[in-house]
Design a protein around this ligand. Structure first.
Ligand SMILES: C[S@@+](CC[C@H](N)C(=O)[O-])C[C@H]1O[C@@H](n2cnc3c(N)ncnc32)[C@H](O)[C@@H]1O
Length: 301
């Protein structure tokens, strides 16, 4: 093969590699939470997440339909808050997964229910893959997301040795008297606070599952005033004790600060998650904090 052909061949191969977008971490600012390989094929996005958990190397092969952003389709299929889970895995979901894995032993034999898990329910699938929890249920209000999570569970069934997670539809505030599970130790929520007119429905669903045993873990970027307003409503509600963490992980927080100083375009308000812990039982809340990695970080209220 002549040198020119070799060069051309290499160029095409490199192009293919770039097109398949093999890179680490799925968003622009790389917190290096996991090793992620992302590829696109047949109008689907494929993501392979690899990580060590519970002394095991775990690989999750995930996929979802690639959203197309032509104006008409954007308006019809992927617009509105109830469709945001079909766009991508939001970075907050990765932070939540990272936190759950880092504190895996605290979820041993527990029942976890995710609200608004989007099209993959990444954090839920990650903790389910450790086989620590007794049961993991991923929910979303959007039936397309629910189906996509179901497909992802099926795709990774060899990973879930002890208990297969399940995917169900749950529309916040729309299930008086009906429960997807009787007892639930943890409700987990990622990036679901920015639609403020949904706050009340979310509270109603919390109410439906809240017992003295339940802890609600919310990861959410500030997103303007929405998180702050949610926090205020929680305090007014008086059913919960609430603790807020601006810095849930020292090392990642340092990276967040570095991105902030290094990149003018970095929007901390949309990326860095604040962590809210809610419970009706203060002892339960404090016990969780004292055993978790949150213990070494600063509580601001
Ligand atoms: C920004 S997305 C976050 C998805 C996922 N947690 C993540 O971080 O990648 C918000 C999610 O909340 C869901 N959602 C919005 N309103 C809802 C409602 N009323 N009931 C149930 N789910 C809802 C959406 O369908 C969407 O999947």
């Amino acid at each position: 093969m002549s040198e020119n052909w070799k060069l051309l061949r290499q160029k095409i191969l490199n192009q293919n590699l770039n097109n398949s977008s093999q890179y680490f971490q799925c968003d622009q600012y790389n917190f290096k939470l996991f090793n992620v390989i992302k590829t696109f094929r047949d109008s689907k996005v494929f993501l392979t997440y690899s990580f060590l958990a519970n002394e095991e190397f775990i690989k999750l092969d995930l996929s979802y339909e690639q959203p197309t952003f032509s104006l008409t389709q954007y308006k019809s299929e992927f617009s509105g808050f109830l469709n945001t889970g079909n766009i991508k895995i939001w970075q907050t979901e990765e932070f939540l997964g990272y936190f759950l894995l880092k504190n895996g032993f605290l979820f041993k034999d527990k029942v976890i229910l995710e609200l608004g898990g989007g099209n993959v329910g990444l954090a839920s699938l990650m903790i389910a893959a450790t086989n620590f929890p007794k049961k993991v249920i991923v929910t979303d209000g959007n039936p397309k997301s629910v189906q996509s999570v179901s497909d992802n569970i099926e795709q990774n069934k060899v990973v879930f040795k002890r208990n297969m997670p399940v995917s169900k539809q749950l529309l916040w505030g729309k299930e008086p008297g009906f429960k997807i599970c009787e007892t639930c130790n943890f409700l987990i929520v990622s990036d679901c606070l920015y639609q403020e007119d949904m706050h009340q429905s979310l509270f109603d669903t919390f109410d439906n599952y809240l017992t003295d045993e339940t802890l609600i873990i919310i990861f959410s970027p500030m997103r303007g005033k929405s998180l702050q307003n949610f926090e205020t409503k929680c305090k007014e509600n008086k059913k919960f004790v609430i603790k807020t963490f601006l810095n849930f992980d020292e090392e990642l927080f340092e990276k967040n600060l570095k991105f902030k100083t290094d990149f003018l375009s970095y929007e901390e308000n949309k990326i860095w998650p604040v962590v809210l812990l809610l419970s009706s039982n203060e002892n339960n809340l404090n016990d969780f904090i004292s055993k978790s990695t949150l213990n070494s970080n600063k509580v601001h209220c």
